[in-house]
Ligand binder design. Sequence first.
Ligand SMILES: O=C(O)C(=O)C[C@H](O)[C@H](O)CO
Ligand SMILES: [Mg+2]
Length: 402
Amino acid sequence: MKIRSAKVIVTCPGRNFVTLKIETDEGLTGLGDATLNGRELAVASYLTDHVIPCLIGRDPQQVEDIWQYLYRGAYWRGGPVTMSAIAAVDTALWDIKAKAAGMPLYQLLGGRSRNGVMVYGHANGADISETVDEVAKFLDLGYKAVRAQCGIPGLPSTYGVSRDKMFYEPADADLPTENVWSSEKYLDHVPQLFERLREKFGFGPHLLHDAHHRLTPIEAARLGKSLEPYRLFWMEDVTPAENQAAFRTIRQHTVTPIAIGEIFNTLWQCRTLIEEGLIDYIRATVVHAGGITHLRRIATLADIHHVRTGCHGATDLSPVCMGAALHFDTWVPNFGIQEYMTHTEETDAVFPHSYWFEDGYLHPGDAPGHGVDIDEELAAKYPYSRAYLPVNRLEDGTMYNW
Ligand SMILES: O=C(O)C(=O)C[C@H](O)[C@H](O)CO
Ligand SMILES: [Mg+2]
């Protein structure tokens, strides 16, 4: 079997998605997600200008060899652009391999380890009361786990809070929106939210929270301590992770479980965190961490150290990534949870898929491959539209982490 052609499809059915489509000389096709929110065209160019010419004529069955060829062969290793491009190729090749075998991808990975993939949805509100109402809606839909974010008094906008309720789309303008942040105001308010949620819903549902890289290690430790009575499933991205050693401080102070990794691209960014037992959940996912081939290695290292998976699954990860992630989640032994924000109807129409939600769980379906396709004619009706993630400043104007 040989790769006959490959192309990049950029489409914007409500938000931008970059998809790689690979075709073989035997008529099989595979799809991979290459979407990098706010930097989409950099990955599209990396694929079109630098990767696709090297793929033509190769045997698509050599998934591992092609991964190594693209990773080692570039000389410049790692980084979100490179690793999203490699992920797209890798996902498309696993799709082709599973289709050639006539199997759903999870069978090829090692088979089913669970009956369904537990997911968490995103509830958000302008204030605590509205967030409580939104959590109730998710529980009514059958969700077993809900992430809760709410507005902070004194801050005009807060990460994770939007007018849209079933999904959150932060890439909201053709130049970055400027937000204002105060860790002091945030740290005082968040425990009150979780106190109310536990009063209202008890300890049955899993509750999660994302601090989105905004705290210092000692502030993160304080957050973890203050949330202990409410027994969160996890607190996420409490501090930026360039300095992995900083997590030792957090760990010494709190037993609130820690999740991190949605912006990680390689095993090397997770290594200290996993090997030293500084985290509980690793959030790396298919599209930003080098595809199934590399994510599998991260998960295997994590398993040895009692760290479970919790793949990123925001709306900027396309249905192609979600489909692939669900096969991975169905197989991976040390599965924890999968993030799930529903896509818009327009997006679902562009990417017909075999996965479905029922009673708090997603199911990948049994179609051969990863089960996600693209309607190219429909995709062409939604041209690329530049959109950036916001930036953040402290109240005195200092540039900060968004
Ligand atoms: O879903 C999450 O946990 C996020 O933090 C979402 C990110 O802000 C989003 O994917 C950025 O593109
Ligand atoms: Mg997050």
